[in-house]
Design a protein around this ligand. Sequence first.
Ligand code: SF4
Length: 138
Amino acid sequence: MEIRLRGHHLLCLLGFRGMGYSAKFSANMRLVYNELREQPQTLITIIGGPDDLCACFPKDAEQHCENRSVYEHDKRILDKLDFSAGMTLPWQDVIHRVRVNMQPEDINTLCYTCEWRTYGVCEAGVRTIKQGGWMPSL
Ligand code: SF4
């Protein structure tokens, strides 16, 4: 199974603790999260636009997946991790790059536009990875 992910969702998955835009969105994200948690050799392809998580964004909510600010957000994170759209790599390589290239506090600058940032779960998720831990079971 290959999973298509945009730049900022590489980090969202580290902070995912079950919350989301809707029950359907969260259920889909949980499936992806569990696949990557349990099978870290799973291949992901980084794409430059709406991805396999965006696919379940609720149709009746204000759409933002194609906003320029979201593309810029993707780019900030791909630059930080030294990745680019079009790459296919195992999820464990993403984890390795987060360990090497990021500090937990980087979430505050990389994701300054995100409504979920102040919950602190993404910063905590990066900290767990930095400390050699793994994605917790949900
Ligand atoms: S702060 Fe927002 S964009 Fe950044 S990792 Fe968390 S949920 Fe994703």
